[in-house]
Design a binder for this molecule. Structure first.
Ligand code: GLN
Length: 194
């Protein structure tokens, strides 16, 4: 069920935050764009959108946003990262190494599908969430190369983990906000009430 009290925050520094807002709007979940760390107090969960992780990282340092997100997650609030957002959440980033929030025990390799496969639509399986093949859009996507022991793999495509969860943290290497399928966002919204 959707928590009516607190909206879902969507980090709106850069990237495709507007499409997450559109998806939440469709589902009927309240949302709020987040530009400053101080705004996190008013939201029950947070989405880190796709875009360019290096650009978002620069902002994290300047505005104290990185530390604020770490505190937010430490308080048990759900955080969902898609593509660049998943890269930001990881404990280890490869190709090249870069700073991260370290909230999700995975090693993730940036731009890992190669230049020629800049973008693709694939079908994947999320057996616990959907009884149908899930359409997954990958855009200069990363690949999760290592999954820590406390991390559950909820979705796979081509045998690779593409949707993972560690307690209140959820991450997808693809863009569920780019398809009509609301399953992944609904799953995240359920976490706000648990
Ligand atoms: N390649 C981007 C990065 O490394 C991620 C791309 C995306 O979010 N679609 O941050």
């Amino acid at each position: 069920m959707i928590n009516g009290n607190q909206p879902v925050g969507i980090l709106a520094i850069q990237g495709d935050f507007a499409l997450h807002a559109k998806m939440l709007e469709r589902i009927g979940a309240p949302w709020k764009l987040i530009k400053y760390a101080s705004e996190l107090g008013g939201v029950g969960g947070l989405i880190l959108p796709g875009g360019e992780s290096t650009t978002m990282l620069k902002f994290f340092g300047n505005e104290g946003m990185g530390a604020a997100i770490q505190e937010f997650a430490a308080a048990g609030k759900p955080v969902f990262g898609t593509c660049a957002g998943a890269i930001l959440l990881a404990k280890e980033v490869l190709n090249p190494a870069q700073e991260q929030l370290g909230l999700l025990d995975v090693s993730i390799e940036r731009n890992a599908y190669g230049r020629q496969v800049g973008s693709s639509v694939r079908l994947g399986e999320c057996p616990e969430l959907a009884g149908w093949p899930v359409e997954m859009v990958f855009i200069r996507a990363p690949i999760i190369r290592r999954v820590g022991r406390g991390v559950r793999v909820l979705g796979r495509s081509d045998g690779l983990p593409v949707l993972v969860e560690q307690a209140n943290i959820l991450a997808a290497t693809f863009h569920p906000e780019l398809t009509e399928d609301e399953t992944i966002h609904r799953y995240f919204l359920d976490k706000l009430n648990h």
